[in-house]
Design a binder for this molecule. Structure first.
Ligand SMILES: [Zn+2]
Length: 205
């Protein structure tokens, strides 16, 4: 009762807005407005991605990563939750793709870790945010031509902790898959028995 009252007051002071376009949402709702929600494209038939990258989802992810909007993490993680839950019971740990420590300091958070935490807690398995370490601060994959991306991340990751069993490898966006492949091979070398990547959004190539 009191909690509902406080929530009502907070909503009145700072009403929840759409994660992509800032339209004010009806009381008690969060995430995307009806117009933006209708433009989200589930990645049907792609078991390794929840959505296709684009439209309002791309806007929300950009705000999340580059606009200091870590408050959007719960909304985005929840959006991908059904895809994660389809993999329930198949993993022993969830590992996010790491940022280089310098970039993580600049941003204040690792977006993949925030998503991985939420999915791990829903799957009932531990999240291992420091299992992988990015040892080279590579240029952002998005800034490179497709043909140069695999070379850009080769050898960029190290396993930094005891890792064993089946790992769900989580990132926010998959472009060519070069980063995920490099992380997966580091995890397998480091002791994982199987690695399955899952991303919130996949860029159609
Ligand atoms: Zn909207």
């Amino acid at each position: 009762m009191i909690a509902a009252l406080i929530e009502g007051l907070l909503d009145a002071l700072a009403p929840p807005t759409c994660s992509a376009c800032d339209v004010v949402l009806p009381p008690g709702e969060r995430g995307f407005c009806v117009a933006c929600a209708s433009l989200l494209e589930p990645a049907v038939g792609a078991p390794r991605a929840a959505f296709l990258y684009g439209g309002p989802l791309a806007d929300a992810i950009r705000r999340f990563k580059y606009g200091g909007r870590s408050d959007l993490a719960p909304v985005l993680a929840e959006l991908g939750l059904p895809a994660a839950l389809e993999l329930s019971g198949r993993f022993d740990a969830v590992v996010p793709v790491p940022l280089h420590p310098r970039r993580e300091r600049e941003r204040g958070f690792n977006q993949a870790s925030l998503i991985a935490r939420a999915w791990a807690s829903a799957l009932g398995v531990p999240v291992r945010p420091r299992a992988l370490r990015r040892v080279r601060d590579t240029p952002a994959q998005a800034s490179l031509e497709v043909g140069r991306r695999a070379g850009n991340v080769r050898g960029a990751f190290r396993v930094d902790a005891d890792i064993a069993g089946r790992v769900l490898l989580v990132d926010d966006v998959r472009t060519t898959g070069a980063t995920l492949a490099e992380c997966a091979s580091a995890l397998l070398v480091g002791g994982a028995s199987r690695v399955h990547p899952l991303v919130l959004a996949r860029v159609e190539t």
